[in-house]
Write a protein that binds this ligand. Structure first.
Ligand code: GLU
Length: 568
């Protein structure tokens, strides 16, 4: 563990006699008066500075989102949306601010179909104007501040204007992403000029400077989010979507409203879990997974054993079978999620778990309502990307916030003159009409984001979440299992190799470090495994231990935790 101590409080803070904080920065650190965890160093520092200056966890999370839009512009930003889960220590209540993108009013059920009725291939679909959802990001940040914040949006955006103007140092994560997924940008002269100066992708240590984005944020600071939802930025956005073949109008932006969602709740042993409800599939799938494993007594098997990995894969497949068949935006698809977690239903499903076999297919359970056939569209898609932050403040408020523009660089289209990407979040719809997750006007596509808070005896213990598309669910669920069932310390709980198995007849993903003996055994039990290891998510966690916080950033990305402690 490497920690660095430095004074963060600003001159203004000192002048106003605000408490001076020292911070510890590293992959795992402690702090008595606050904590931020992010996959990005710049965002973590921006968030920590807000806390040091007396801002609360929501203020810090908002400032971090703007910083992430600068430092990880291909993963999230003004052009996207997400789910912010907030624990308000005053009222002891948990709220989810849902800023998920919506389909425009002119969206059509068959908008992703070719003339022959087949879905447009994913690599083309992701670039289409009809793939762009009405962004909820700014509305979500403003709503969070209105309800829970203590600072203005203008103040919280300020540090990120400076980052965009003066530049951020290109991280390994960004350099790798450009090398692997940047080809889509080479067709876009605006984005190429930013990310491929002189025709070559930016490298680790280069400076990423974004003057157009700085100007956009300055406009937002001056004129508020109406500059997007009712003003010049929105007009330019809509024009660009139309130029790409979409049907979005300024009315879609004006009509966009976030929802304040009730979190989904569940239990594991003594712990109470709060997680995101639909339109994210994340929470219910995580909760079903954990209930199934608790029911089969997974704890009898050692945490690294083949048997434990086998049970994890079977429980995941069962939970994904229900997810894939039934879930959609609850404004369009009636869902009785109580039935999904009913102990009798869980026991019936758990009885399907073979101890040493992998019989396929594994059908969804009988949950009533509208169900889709289990055949998923065989999209060949790169891993989508997004980002997750956790924040805790000295008053005991917590934020767990996942936010995204879907694929790396969204549609690959950067808004000319404004410097941010158009999301391609509507590709999270099932492209085929007549299903729970088919496109429809104003509908939100199913997400996998799983921001989660865990309580014991009414007190918060953990905040966590991950990026990674459907693998978010696998990553968050396995870390929860490691913490709540196996009682692992934070670092091993996050580092332990994870697996991802959504369908029993699809080759499972496994991470580096999964022992060869375990892989051999899993194959003997009938599991198909991919040839090479790949990461499954990137889980940041904050744990509250009495009055102290411990934060851990996942070693899979460049992330850091920053802990704050008052010196006086
Ligand atoms: N489109 C994905 C979702 O909403 C983005 C999440 C991610 O890539 O991590 O689930």
């Amino acid at each position: 563990m490497s920690t660095v101590c430095l004074a963060l409080a600003s001159a203004t803070a000192a002048a106003e006699a605000k408490p001076t904080m020292v911070t510890s920065i590293g992959p795992i650190v402690g702090g008595e008066d606050g904590m931020v965890v992010s996959s990005n160093n710049d965002a973590a520092r921006v968030g920590a500075a807000v806390l040091a200056d007396g801002g609360n966890a929501v203020d810090a999370a908002v400032a971090m989102q703007f910083a992430l839009g600068v430092a990880e512009p291909g993963y999230s930003g003004i052009g996207g949306g997400g789910f912010m889960m907030i624990y308000d220590a005053d009222t002891k209540s948990v709220t989810v601010i849902d800023s998920r993108e919506r389909a425009p009013a002119k969206a059509k059920a068959g908008m992703f179909l070719q003339p022959d009725g087949k879905p447009v291939p994913f690599e083309l679909r992701r670039t289409l104007g009809v793939a762009v959802g009405v962004p909820g990001a700014l509305a979500g940040l403003q709503a969070a501040l209105d309800e829970f914040g203590t600072r203005s949006l203008a103040a919280l955006i300020e540090p990120s204007i400076a980052l965009a103007e003066h530049g951020v140092v290109v991280t390994k994560l960004l350099a790798d992403s450009l090398a692997e997924h940047g080809a889509i940008l080479t067709e876009n002269p605006i984005a190429s000029a930013v990310f491929f100066p002189d025709g070559e992708p930016l490298q680790i240590g280069d400076l990423l400077v974004q003057p157009d984005l700085a100007e956009t944020m300055r406009t937002l600071a001056d004129d508020g989010i109406d500059a997007f939802y009712r003003g010049e930025i929105g007009e330019a956005f809509v024009a660009e979507v139309k130029a790409a073949g979409g049907k979005m109008t300024l009315a879609d932006l004006k009509n966009y409203e976030v929802t304040f969602d009730e979190p989904l709740t569940g239990r594991y042993g003594d712990y109470e879990l709060f997680t995101a409800a639909p339109p994210s599939s994340g929470g219910i799938t995580v909760l079903q997974f954990l209930d199934l494993l608790e029911t089969v007594g997974v704890g009898k098997h050692a945490v690294g054993s083949s048997a434990r990995y086998h049970l994890v894969m079977k429980a995941m497949q069962l939970a994904f079978a229900d997810r894939n068949a039934y879930l959609g935006d609850p404004e369009f698809v009636p869902l009785d999620l109580g039935a999904w977690l009913d102990p009798k239903y869980i026991a019936k499903r758990a009885a399907l778990i073979e101890l040493d076999g992998n019989t396929c297919p594994l059908p969804p359970g009988d949950l009533g309502g509208m169900a889709a056939a289990a055949d998923l569209v065989d999209d060949v898609r790169a891993d989508p990307q997004t980002t997750h932050v956790n924040v805790a403040d000295r008053w005991g408020n917590l934020v767990s916030f996942t936010t995204s523009i879907e694929q790396h660089y969204g549609t690959g289209r950067m808004l000319p003159g404004y410097g941010f990407f158009l999301n391609n979040q509507l590709t999270d719809f099932d492209p085929r009409p007549g299903r729970p997750n088919s496109p429809a006007p104003d509908k939100r596509p199913l997400s996998s984001m799983s921001p989660t808070l865990v309580f014991r005896d009414g007190a918060p213990v953990y905040a966590l979440g991950s990026p990674g598309g459907p693998r978010i669910i696998a990553a968050v669920a396995q870390v929860l299992l490691n913490l709540l069932e196996y009682g692992l310390e934070l670092e091993p709980a996050v580092a332990l190799p994870r697996v991802f198995s959504d369908l029993c007849d699809r080759k499972a993903r496994w991470e580096p470090g999964l022992p060869a003996a375990v892989r051999t055994k899993l194959k003997q039990w009938g599991h198909g495994l991919r040839d090479d290891p790949e990461d499954v998510g990137d889980v940041g966690v904050i744990r509250r231990e009495g009055g102290t916080f411990v934060g851990v950033a996942d070693p899979r990305r460049d992330g850091v935790a920053v802990g704050l402690t008052r010196t006086e």
